[in-house]
Design a protein around this ligand. Structure first.
Ligand SMILES: Cc1cc2nc3c(=O)[nH]c(=O)nc-3n(C[C@H](O)[C@H](O)[C@H](O)COP(=O)(O)O)c2cc1C
Length: 206
């Protein structure tokens, strides 16, 4: 059976979404996937970044660890898992720029039938985690992807996360994701891999 390929493309500035991304990767690898973990790059000017203390330094440190996601990564993957911090109740523009770079693949139908799944972080409890994850579902639908939500498919979901994907509430970046929220993210990586594996085997058989 071919090894399922999972691309995790995320944006993170203060580290919460990065921590969830790593947990999704752990879950996917444990379920047998080959994983590419990629961080979308900044799109605002250095002047804007300089107004937020620590932003440039955090971005450089993360960019040293993760390559930027490419069109080739999306074409390579059987499953694309997108992660973002909330920006005014929706996805971060840094991640949206990556999604918009996939227009050529959309034109070729190259992502049709691949698995898509999403996760994210907010500062406040009702700050928009769910609206942000739903905002990510929209381009996945346009790309023809098979969206894999979490529902309440595991008891973990009664303790943390959302039916739409793994989440975290950082309280102004003071709190890192706890064990329950990381467990949901690992479960998401496993679930996405299981679905991608099943789809890949049925397509190979066909
Ligand atoms: C421009 C901007 C807009 C934001 N909008 C929201 C928001 O609507 N709701 C919320 O709870 N947090 C909002 N946040 C906070 C981040 O989503 C939150 O700090 C998140 O945990 C950061 O994730 P990260 O550590 O992966 O960067 C905003 C932050 C910025 C810089």
């Amino acid at each position: 059976m071919p090894t399922p390929r999972v691309l995790i493309a995320f944006y993170s500035r203060a580290g919460s979404t990065e921590a969830l991304a790593n947990a999704v990767a752990e879950g996917a690898r444990a379920a047998g996937a080959e994983v590419r973990l990629r961080r979308a790059r900044e799109v605002v000017s250095p002047e804007v970044m300089a107004r937020a203390p620590g932003w440039s330094e955090a971005a450089s440190a993360m960019n040293d660890k993760y390559e930027a996601p490419t069109e080739d990564d999306a074409e390579w993957a059987d499953a694309l898992v997108l992660g973002t911090p909330t920006r005014f109740g929706s996805m971060a523009s840094e991640l949206k720029v990556y999604i918009d770079s996939l227009g050529g693949l959309w034109f070729k139908g190259a992502l049709n039938g691949k698995v898509g799944s999403v996760f994210g972080a907010t500062s406040s409890r009702h700050g928009g985690n769910e609206s942000t994850l739903l905002s990510l579902y929209v381009p996945l639908a346009h790309l023809g992807m098979i969206i894999v939500p979490l529902g309440y498919s595991d008891p973990l979901l009664f303790k943390a996360g959302t039916p739409y994907g793994a989440t975290h509430v950082s309280s102004s970046n003071k709190n890192a994701p706890d064990d329950d929220h990381l467990a949901v993210a690992r479960y998401q990586g496993k679930r996405v891999t299981t679905v991608a594996k099943a789809l890949r085997s049925s397509l190979t058989a066909a």
